[in-house]
Design a protein around this ligand. Structure first.
Ligand code: NAP
Length: 247
């Protein structure tokens, strides 16, 4: 797999799965434009790790739920690299709570970051990809968006929305050589899941046929596959990377 001469925009590339995606794409030759919400030092560290692999890397602070900031991110990527070949919509948050007690603010914030952010980034790159006559868009969903999860109504709704967005955009863009797919991770060892109570983490393990949490690298390799030449005839799909959790 070679992404030499290509540019990938990765949202939420400062930590966790996004960081692993940046490194996997960089290892295969892609220049990287990564955005972060607040973790500037972590974003710079990811960029430095990409550059150590021999590619160019750019960091941009961007709240993906803000259209103006998303435009700024794509403009910065184009100014630095002249093209955008791959978009990975990875930025995401949780604000867990039972439905009856969930505040409107927590519902709206999760939908804004996870679903509106994905929409805004896809809309912003699609024109450029049309000009380039091709592109790859990979959206991070979740098995929770396919199956639901008590205490995560907002998050599940946002990730189910990502599936609908992915399939609709795949149909709109297929004729223009742009593929749009989603990767749905299961239970992956990152800051997001580290925030869960230990009891909840332990309760999840028996539901994973492979008997372990996934790593950020497990997910990153699937994202890189969908971004690569080998996946050229795959679009509108949701690839679960979950150790068998959702089958
Ligand atoms: P994480 O460790 O919490 O990292 C989240 C990343 O998203 C950070 O880089 C963060 O930036 C960025 N981000 C958050 N809100 C943002 C915003 N509004 N604008 C721009 N960037 C923003 O999360 P993760 O576990 O790696 O998850 C990555 C993706 O995979 C998410 O979409 C998540 O829903 C999905 N996923 C994760 C799991 C899992 O088990 N971990 C399972 C299924 C799906 P800062 O560092 O600046 O805060």
């Amino acid at each position: 797999m070679s992404f030499a001469g290509k540019c990938a925009v990765v949202t939420g590339g400062s930590r966790g799965i996004g960081r692993a995606v940046c490194l996997e794409l960089a290892r295969n030759g892609a220049d990287i434009a990564l955005c972060y919400a607040g973790s500037e030092a972590a974003a710079r560290e990811t960029a430095a790790a990409c550059e150590a692999l021999g590619v160019k890397a750019l960091t941009v602070q961007c709240d993906v739920s803000e259209a103006g900031q998303v435009s700024g991110l794509m403009e910065a990527a184009l100014a630095a690299f002249g093209r955008i070949d791959i978009l990975v919509n990875n930025a995401g948050i949780t604000r867990d709570g039972l439905l009856m007690r969930m505040s409107e603010a927590d519902f709206d914030r999760v939908l804004a970051a996870n679903l509106r952010g994905t929409f805004l980034c896809m809309r912003a790159v699609s024109r450029q990809m049309l000009k380039q006559r091709g592109g790859r868009i990979i959206n991070l969903g979740s098995v929770v968006g396919l199956r639901g999860n008590a205490g995560q109504a907002n998050y599940a709704a946002s990730k189910a929305g990502v599936v609908g967005l992915t399939k609709s955009a795949a149909k709109e863009l297929a004729g223009r050589n742009i593929t749009v797919n989603a990767v749905a991770p299961g239970f992956i060892d990152t800051d997001m899941t580290a925030a869960m109570p230990e009891k909840a983490r332990e309760a999840l393990l028996p539901n994973i046929p492979m008997g372990r949490m996934g790593t950020a690298e497990d997910v990153a390799r699937a994202v890189a596959f969908l971004a690569g030449d080998g996946a050229g005839y795959i679009t509108g799909q949701v690839l679960c990377v979950d150790g068998g959790m959702a089958m």
